[in-house]
Design a protein around this ligand. Structure first.
Ligand SMILES: NC(=O)c1ccc[n+]([C@@H]2O[C@H](COP(=O)([O-])OP(=O)(O)OC[C@H]3O[C@@H](n4cnc5c(N)ncnc54)[C@H](OP(=O)(O)O)[C@@H]3O)[C@@H](O)[C@H]2O)c1
Length: 289
């Protein structure tokens, strides 16, 4: 890390808990690479103290913050301005403190699309099926619809898929138990559910009906190679792991706080990946749902 002067630019991440966050690792990697007089820190903010912490950190001269679980919705009320994308997604993950104002953005959609493109996958190549209807799904559906992609939302709990699709004009919905059969009609499959994540059951979703043209993306990045991605690789399909989404979404915050456009390259991927297991070490029974 570069030596810090009294002019050092400071940013960070607020969450509870926050010790799991990989954001300090990657932002400090970029700060070192670019020799910037700056630092990025993790701030564990207890429930009930978000407003106090954000206002205090802004008053102390920080450039901005990332916001992680459980505060991505609560932080809305603290922002003076919110980007249209963050408003549609219903979550803010990046704050910029500027001229006494707090500006809120959501960079997950940008990160998702940039990650696809970095793997040579053009999101506009055909219809997309999005599995899941939580926070990650909202960003992915919004980003794909902004690209003009035809999107079908599929979720274990059908009513949540319907509710999500209703909020994004043009998005369709399909029942979970019919989705695998319909896969041949899609160019892109995106898992945004938490199934396959460390400590969760693997995703119960067959790729048997996929055509060779299907690209499979997973937003889960712990482990780096989910069972879904391994099955896709075994079938010779193109895959897009979730770690790159995390790295690309961070570019926008870093550029606005530290004034340098950072890049995502193999050295950064290897550095952050070193902190994340490649496979799930203790396989859990495949979910029956
Ligand atoms: N790569 C990145 O930068 C990035 C960014 C954001 C999130 N993520 C990852 O995305 C994942 C989801 O996060 P989130 O915030 O969207 O979570 P969330 O809001 O809690 O939503 C979880 C979703 O997963 C579904 N689900 C959970 N267990 C399932 C199972 N066994 N089978 C099928 N569906 C299941 C839920 O379905 P029900 O509605 O039926 O409960 C729900 O739709 C996490 O692993 C997170 O780390 C990655």
């Amino acid at each position: 890390m570069p030596i810090l002067s009294a002019k050092a630019r400071v940013a960070g991440v607020v969450g509870w808990p926050v010790a799991h966050s990989r954001s300090p690792l990657l932002h400090n990697f970029w700060l070192t690479r670019h020799g910037i007089d700056g630092a990025y820190l993790a701030f564990p903010v207890e429930p009930g103290k978000l407003a106090l912490a954000v206002d205090g950190l802004a008053a102390a001269g920080l450039r901005g913050l990332n916001v992680t679980i459980p505060y991505k919705e609560e932080v809305f009320g603290l922002c003076n301005e919110i980007t249209d994308f963050a408003r549609r997604v219903g979550a803010v993950n990046t704050l910029r403190f500027e001229h006494g104002k707090i500006l809120g953005d959501n960079t997950d959609g940008f990160g998702f699309i940039a990650n696809l493109r970095s793997f040579g996958v053009d999101p506009t190549m055909g219809p997309a099926m999005v599995l899941g209807a939580g926070g990650a799904a909202r960003a992915v559906v919004a980003a794909l619809r902004d690209e003009g992609v035809s999107v079908t939302v599929v979720n274990r709990t059908y009513a949540r898929a319907e509710a999500l699709a209703a909020e994004f004009p043009g998005a369709k919905v399909a029942p979970w138990d019919q989705a695998t059969e319909a896969l041949a009609d899609y160019a892109l499959l995106v898992n945004t559910s938490s199934a396959g994540m460390h400590g969760q059951p693997p995703l119960a979703f067959s790729l048997n009906r996929a055509t060779p043209m299907l690209a499979v993306a997973d937003v889960v990045y712990v482990p780096r190679e989910t069972l879904l991605l391994r099955e896709a690789v075994a079938k010779g399909l193109r895959v897009v792991p979730g770690l790159g989404m995390l790295l690309h979404q961070a570019r926008r915050g870093f550029a606005s706080w530290f004034g340098v456009e950072p890049s995502v390259d193999q050295e950064l991927i290897d550095y952050v990946a070193g902190d994340i297991p490649r496979f799930e070490d203790k396989p859990i029974e495949r979910s029956s749902s």
